[in-house]
Design a protein around this ligand. Structure first.
Ligand SMILES: [Zn+2]
Length: 455
């Protein structure tokens, strides 16, 4: 049994001092004791906070960050970005995906994330033919996660159509497309891997209401009734208009009319909601998957977070297109969007948690843990010992009290300084440097040389 002694720590019950965690060989917290004694184990200096679950990532998009920032038409939008993205993913082989995923997950870990949900839709070979082993590309992602040491919730994505009402897929989507039978084969293969791998959790994900019909979603819900169930929804105005044209309803409105949406669901983005949809979503306990920096980058719109929180809605954060890999910057952006919108300060708080940093961190941690289906909801008995340390000698933290630590992390430059990150009690990042950084980045660069030469 491993023992770690903490000078200052944010437990699930709140901030505390002089705490010893006993951690079992699988990395789970067995006990939490108050003690001054640290003779038995390693002492963690500074302040420890739980790591953040990242509930929405498309790993391969990490490698195209910055490649779609040139105006290509008078109406540059999500849809022109998607064209660039399709062109990039056309070239990827499984070993490229492993190299990019390892680099990304290492960087996410340095940025404070200690588990990732990967919304994985790149399934087939470059011609669109399925690989002989349907799960080959999924295995490439899992291997990237293993190299970086990142616990992963893999969401193999079901994608069958190009638009509402079952439109036939476009050629740029040929690597994503599955029938329900194919998907069953893929999912069964991944279930066998999940049984042998404590760092792998499985979920189910219809890509969007554009890509899956009602009948298909009904079948997908039966695949594994307890696992997380994620879907992109209401990200773009055009999607709202197309949905109304096909189904006579807005996407979220239609979803709730047709399904029992509950706490198993993660509604990714849900940017454009009416007041009735906000109330219904909050009441259902579905987690809304917010990706504020990607939503800003793609010009999606601003999620009505103030109103949603007033209805006690659940949310978590994701890095989505992976243009910025830092928990603090993502949460800061969420709050700043609301400040600009409402012309107020400290918008996303509650009476119990008036500190904006603490409120945002706590809410997105518990929502994220639920969306990932992992034991990751804060430092408590039964959870994994996944945590990040803050250097209290840093000028921004020096002499400040615990109550302000998360405010400082989110709203000052401190977020960019070097931290230590532990996964299941093991130190993976020391002073901002990942233990396999050199090897991972060397491999990533070798693959990027090849890909960029062909772009
Ligand atoms: Zn996405």
């Amino acid at each position: 049994m491993q023992q770690l002694h903490f000078e200052q720590i944010l437990l699930a019950t709140g901030w505390d001092k002089d705490i010893t965690l006993k951690i079992d060989p699988s990395g789970y917290i067995q006990s939490i004791e108050r003690t001054k004694s640290h003779e038995m184990g390693e002492t963690i200096t500074g302040a420890a906070i739980p790591g953040m679950p990242n509930l929405h990532s498309h790993a391969f998009q990490r490698a195209m960050a910055g490649l779609a920032e040139k105006r290509s038409s008078p109406t540059d939008s999500f849809w022109s970005w998607r064209k660039v993205m399709y062109g990039f993913l056309d070239m990827l082989e499984p070993e490229d995906v492993t190299a990019i995923t390892a680099q990304l997950y290492m960087e996410l870990m340095r940025g404070g994330y200690t588990a990732v949900a990967e919304f994985h839709y790149l399934h087939h070979s470059r011609t669109g033919q399925p690989y002989e082993d349907m799960s080959l590309m999924s295995q490439a992602v899992i291997e990237g996660a293993r190299v970086a040491g990142m616990p992963i919730t893999l969401l193999p994505v079901f994608y069958a159509h190009a638009g509402f009402g079952g439109l036939p897929p476009e050629s740029g989507q040929r690597r994503f497309i599955n029938t329900l039978d194919n998907y069953q084969e893929l999912f069964s293969a991944l279930q066998r891997l999940e049984m042998q791998d404590p760092n792998l959790t499985l979920g189910v994900a219809p890509h969007s209401l554009r890509a899956a019909t009602k009948e298909e979603i009904v079948e997908l819900l039966k695949f594994s009734p307890e696992t997380p169930f994620h879907i992109h929804i209401a990200e773009q105005q055009k999607e709202i208009e197309d949905c109304i044209a096909s189904y006579g309803r807005r996407p979220v409105e239609w979803l709730y009319e047709n399904f029992d949406v509950n706490k198993r669901w993660c509604l990714v983005h849900a940017t454009h909601l009416t007041d009735a949809e906000i109330i219904q979503t909050a009441k259902s306990k579905a987690v809304v998957g917010l990706c504020p920096l990607t939503e800003a980058n793609l010009g999606d719109g601003i999620f009505p977070a103030k109103r949603f929180i007033s209805e006690e809605g659940s949310f978590g954060i994701g890095s989505d297109s992976n243009i910025c890999l830092n928990v603090a910057r993502e949460l800061e952006s969420l709050e700043y969007g609301q400040r600009l919108l409402h012309q107020e300060r400290n918008v996303l708080t509650s009476t119990a948690f008036p500190n904006t940093g603490h409120f945002l961190y706590k809410k997105s941690m518990s929502g994220g843990a639920r969306a990932l289906g992992q034991p990751h909801g804060g430092l408590q008995v039964g959870a994994r010992a996944n945590f990040v340390t803050l250097d209290l000698e840093h000028p921004d933290f020096y002499g400040r009290d615990q109550e302000n630590f998360l405010n400082i992390l989110l709203f000052s430059a401190a977020a960019d300084f070097k931290t230590d990150v532990y996964i299941a009690g093991e130190k993976m990042v020391a002073q901002g440097r990942h233990k396999r950084e050199e090897e991972i980045t060397r491999t990533y660069k070798a693959h990027m040389s090849k890909l960029l030469a062909n772009l």
